[in-house]
Design a protein around this ligand. Structure first.
Ligand SMILES: *Cc1c(COP(=O)(O)O)cnc(C)c1O
Length: 403
């Protein structure tokens, strides 16, 4: 089957045919605990009944109508999404289909905001080393990791990288004459789950406000409740209150498994786009909007978010208590967790899959575990928010025996 796909993915040797909650089933009837959520996408697990119903109901109403017209379901989704991001300072939204597309929108907003107010030459966007912002030519340019850049240049101009946490470099890089925006991945996911420090975010918020540089957060992986608050940057403080941003991007978990992305803008940036400035054929797709509404109704609830924090804390405490010699660090926020180990992560991913045995082997001792890597020697867990305590225990037990 591999012959029909391009060779850009290094895929593990397992093929799935069905999902249910935290479980995936392969074409040989073996079952696996899913601690990946399809890379933070299926945040309510597989086959979540209200999500399935909303998608089916909307499919029976209409699939798509284009952005020439208004869609009732997309309008309802936009209203709920902006409300969920109001504590983060957001006023309105552009709906896209993916993370990279959302980030392209954010870059365009920063460029136009600055151009209209200050004229040409003030178009630089500052990003952080270790960040991941996407795979298009511009979002690769925004991504502060050399390994993604090789072979694909020349890139979009106007991106500058500094180190996370380096407040002196931040102060120097944010030149009010040349810089339009600062784009921060609040919790760096792809590079190994590294949350930004409070001091760094506070300084970023202060400098951006002072110099009229847009403060933008990429919350494509860490947003939509993943870290225990709807937006991860809500946990940071500036001037005695939660940080407010000018732009935030979301995708991955936003519609629970249907492709969706979003760029939200606060007061400063909300009116940057005029008719014709930006668009997306599939953006705001009604089926994605129906799914997104269920995600928002379920996740944006204090009790539900508190459970994400509780489960994440429980996982990290349990792993630390092993005192396993192979484990060098455990860190995370909510259900976004990384484990640094003393060896390559990929063989662990293979072993936890290979553990699943036999046809229709439903005994817990026979099931596999799906877990991600993030860098060569780091394991990453992004379990669905709906995971149960006993599933957490089962998954951790498998991991323990495989290390
Ligand atoms: C996954 C990811 C992206 C890219 O999203 P795509 O939907 O794959 O384009 C961008 N930024 C962050 C932080 C991500 O985790």
């Amino acid at each position: 089957m591999g012959d029909y796909f391009m060779h850009n993915y290094r895929r593990l040797p397992v093929m799935f045919v069905k999902g249910e909650g935290t479980w995936l089933f392969d074409n040989n009837g073996r079952k696996y605990l899913d601690f990946t959520s399809g890379i933070a996408v299926n945040c309510l697990g597989h086959n979540y009944p209200p999500l399935v119903k909303a998608v089916c109901d909307q499919a029976a109403r209409y699939f798509h109508c284009s952005n020439y017209y208004q869609s009732d379901i997309a309008a309802a989704f936009a209203e709920k999404l902006v409300a969920a991001c109001t504590p983060g300072g957001m006023k309105n939204v552009f709906l896209a289909n993916s993370g990279a597309e959302a980030n392209e929108g954010a870059c365009k907003i920063a460029r136009k905001y600055s151009l209209k107010k200050y004229g040409p030459g003030r178009h630089t966007i500052v990003t952080l080393r270790g960040s991941f912002h996407g795979r298009t030519i511009t979002t690769l340019a925004a991504t502060g990791q050399e390994k993604f850049h090789k072979d694909f240049g020349p890139f979009t101009e106007g991106f500058v990288y500094i180190d996370s946490g380096d407040r002196d470099a931040l102060e120097k890089a944010l030149d009010a004459k040349t810089v339009a925006g600062l784009f921060i991945e609040t919790v760096q996911g792809e590079s190994g789950v590294y949350p930004q420090s409070q001091e760094f975010i506070e300084e970023a918020a202060r400098l951006c406000a002072e110099r009229d540089i847009l403060l933008m957060f990429d919350e494509i992986q860490c947003g939509v409740g993943r870290t225990g608050t709807f937006l991860a940057y809500e946990q940071y403080r500036y001037n005695g209150a939660p940080v407010k941003a000018d732009v935030v991007t979301l995708a991955k978990g936003l519609a629970g498994g249907i492709p969706a992305g979003a760029v939200l803008a606060g007061e400063k940036a909300a009116d940057v786009f005029a008719p014709g400035d930006h668009g997306s054929t599939f953006g705001g797709n009604p089926i994605a909007a129906a799914a997104g509404l269920v995600v928002l109704e379920t996740v944006n609830n204090p009790a539900f978010l508190a459970e994400i924090t509780r489960k994440g804390t429980m996982i990290m405490a349990a792993i630390r208590a092993w005192n396993h010699p192979a484990i060098q660090d455990v860190r995370g926020r909510g259900l976004m967790i990384a484990i640094d180990i003393d060896r390559d992560a990929w063989p662990v991913l293979e072993a936890t899959i290979a553990r699943a045995e036999g046809t229709h082997a439903f005994g817990m001792d026979k099931c596999g575990l799906l877990i991600l890597s993030a860098g060569q020697k780091t394991l990453r867990m992004l379990p669905p928010y709906t995971i149960s305590d006993s599933e957490i225990e089962q998954g951790l037990e498998i991991l323990h025996t495989m290390l």
